[in-house]
Write a protein that binds this ligand. Sequence first.
Ligand code: KIV
Ligand code: ZN
Length: 513
Amino acid sequence: MSDRLYIFDTTLRDGEQSPGCSMNLDEKLRVAHALAALGVDIIEAGFPVASPGDFEAVHRIASEVKGPTIAGLARAHPKDIERAAEAIKPAAHSRIHTFIATSPIHMQAKLRMSPDDVVEMAVAAVKQARSLAAEVEFSAEDAGRSEMDFLCRIVEATIAAGARVINIPDTVGYMTPNEFGARIKELRERVPNSDKAIFSVHCHNDLGLAVANSLNAVENGARQVECTINGLGERAGNAALEEIVMILRTRSDRFSIETCIDTTKIVPTSKLVSQITGMPVQPNKAIVGANAFAHESGIHQDGMLKHQKTYEIMTPESVGWTTNRMVLGKHSGRAALKSRYAELGAQLDGDALNAVFEQFKRLADKKKDIFDEDLMAILEQGDDVAAERIKLLSLHAASGTGDTPVAAVELEIEGKSHKATAEGDGPVDAAFKAIKSMVEPNGKLLLYQVNAITAGTDAQGEVTVRLQDGDRIVNGQGKDTDIVVASAKALIDALNKLPGMHAKEVHAQYSGV
Ligand code: KIV
Ligand code: ZN
């Protein structure tokens, strides 16, 4: 009989803390629905006391997303716990996740509290949380560097106070696998009431060991793993959900333990999170990287043709890679489009189908073969249009050897047309300068990245732009068969997310090119 591992996804909390990964309310809801469809057991939806926006996101997710338990993070402070309780209230299954640091360095240098006071505060927090929510999880922050005797003491006290999940975070990614697994084993053996709680782990990846440490903990009795899609998270990130789940499944001979994850939804969820956060997935990333199932060398290709198992330990289909088959072209009709979208999990009818069909026809005029990725891109762009304060009306760019690249751009900014031209180091640079001359604030460019969505020179280019304005960092995406247009769309998408963005009074003159 195999055992059950609970998957606690913290993409929307720890993942969102990755530099440049902040998401707006609508984006968080889309990710939360995708996580529910993926089959995670617990969604940590945010840190409600952190800001009104965080509170609202947790509250909306708790109201709308059915299936998983919805957790809200809270420091061991009464105000944090009250806000978390209020935010998660609408959920059918909810959890307060409260934490306090337990390592000597954190208690002395950060909290400036004695160990006795830390225990007292943790116990008070768990009791308060227990009075407000059905389920309470307690985390001993920096448990990896905490003294074992003290860790045993605080774990015993918080279980006695009502915590039913005890999370042992390796907050700074310092542990090695055997050492971390031994900690879980020792806690389970030494803490007298340990059988009353589920032990959980939350590993950071500073030394690249987050997944290995989590798995060693599972081998030593942990039954909840906290992880994120694509391994997002503070600094080097958290343990990657897709790796944990696929290791358990592929090596079921070693781990007789199951999760409730629908593995065929892993790649679509990874793509959604990458697209929304603007955080690309490295091509050689396990499971979800573009090269994870690509076989380049002749020897490997020969082996694969003879038997798939020669070089593949799991199938690409099992994690949701679809063969990049051509599905539709410019002669395809509405019914074929509707049915293909249904196969991709999107039910479209009426106006929604009409709007998407129009965009599909426009793309099919420019591009012969329409792939699944193109259809998903159309769907995602359609969502974005509603929130646009700036729209791209036209763009003409000229460049060539020996010529100074120039771009002329016309934007609609809050209903009024604005035009500008600019020269640049290339057509993209010229287009960015023209666009930026028309709006303020226009942010500092932190990242500019281009990917081809599908193969071929007529592929749609997918551009990600990251802008910083003060302490606000936003991402924008744009897709088009013309890379300069895709870049302009990405910049405009990011500008649309900058608070207070408006038309500049004076900008570069439009001359037309
Ligand atoms: O890394 C950490 O310790 C955390 C806790 C809040 C669980 O994110
Ligand atoms: Zn963390």
